[in-house]
Design a protein around this ligand. Structure first.
Ligand SMILES: [Zn+2]
Length: 143
């Protein structure tokens, strides 16, 4: 996954701003086919979203359908698709939780930023396969 440095900073800033709750957002960009029959995610924009989970926002998140549609429409106007989502974890590792497995649609990618002691402590990206499994993606921060 290619992630522009500015968008990487936006995710970190939002994670700290939303404390003590998990932040969430959507990733817009393109899926670029690679030579091995797969593809690489090229992120161009990160759209911070409102965490609308009714309770337990410290350990979970939800993006409203209406906000998803709005961001998707805006992304399409720029020639982008929604590649997946990003969110933060408070005091736990940057690995998908059980609810993350349910949230991510097959084919989507998920960036997770771990926040420990009010500081970003790790960022990972995960590609959701069809069989409920995740495959970790390497994040390349680009200028
Ligand atoms: Zn999570």
């Amino acid at each position: 996954m290619h992630l522009p440095r500015r968008q990487f900073e936006i995710i970190q800033e939002q994670a700290l701003r939303e404390l003590p709750y998990e932040c969430c957002g959507l990733l817009a960009g393109i899926r670029k086919p690679d030579k091995k029959g797969g593809f690489e995610n090229i992120v161009y924009e990160v759209a911070p979203c409102v965490n609308v989970l009714y309770s337990g926002r410290e350990h979970g998140f939800e993006i409203s359908f209406s906000e998803f549609i709005e961001v998707e429409r805006e992304a399409a106007s720029l020639g982008y698709t929604i590649l997946g989502s990003c969110h933060s974890h408070m005091g736990t590792a940057a690995v998908p939780s059980n609810s993350d497995i349910d949230f991510a649609r097959p084919g989507d990618s998920m960036i997770i930023i771990s926040v420990q002691h009010r500081q970003p402590a790790g960022v990972t990206a995960w590609y959701r396969r069809d069989d409920r499994g995740f495959h970790q993606e390497t994040i390349k921060v680009v200028e």
